[in-house]
Write a protein that binds this ligand. Sequence first.
Ligand code: AMP
Length: 273
Amino acid sequence: MRVFRVPQEWRKPEGARVGFVPTMGALHEGHLSLMRQARRECAVVVASIFVNPTQFGPNEDYERYPRDEAEDLRLCESVGVDAVFAPDVRTMYPRRTTVVAVRGVTERWEGAFRPGHFDGVTTVVAKLFHIVQPDAAYFGLKDLQQCAVIRRMVEDLNFPVELRFCATVREPDGLAMSSRNRYLTSEERRRASSLYRALCECRSEAAEGRSLAITLDRVRMRLEQEGFAVDYVAWIDPQTMDPVDRLKEDSRLIAAVRLGGVRLIDNIGLHED
Ligand code: AMP
């Protein structure tokens, strides 16, 4: 497995389908599932490990975000990644004069609670796409709005990249895997699994035909009783991220909550997970 740290060290192999998995490291089974899918579908698999400062707000966890490059490289190698791009911040951002910004689909939910976050995401993903030149790129549905935003960027800016969105990998108790789960105390970790359970219950009620507004009031109340501070919980259209008042086949239930100092996001489809 090759590790490259500057764009000039990478030359796209000719005639081979290149699959790309961008990450911020602190790898877990969720990341590895994307790499395994890329491995099945592509001749060459490239991952990136870069904790992207521009997608963190001023009061967020950029400084304390978990970093363990040696372990991450070992994990990449274990699932058959061919090359890892692991640049430093000065390589990626010698200046910060150009920003790629998607409008509309970025405005609600994470965009509202984390101003500037998606500009950081789209800028770094656009740069990574130009550097790696993948044929296919793999993203987790765990970050549903990120998927919608990147889909829009790829369409609007004509990136020649096929996007592959992959199912959320969960702990045995249902908690969606996340690099930030390690910030939870053991007591918070026990309680964290009720987020997924509450979402599943809300989905069952909606599937039985209850009014969506009522299912949302109930899940919000339940989450607050469990000790979560609820940033949002909503039924949405995953293409536009707009709220829906009637369910369609592809509707999804999204939520962001805080437990102690840790923010958790999750989402489920009407018919999956
Ligand atoms: P991150 O390192 O948090 O930027 O995540 C890198 C990629 O892994 C993103 O496309 C995430 O959506 C994806 N990812 C993170 N957690 C999970 C998970 N539990 N299941 C599937 N994909 C995930």
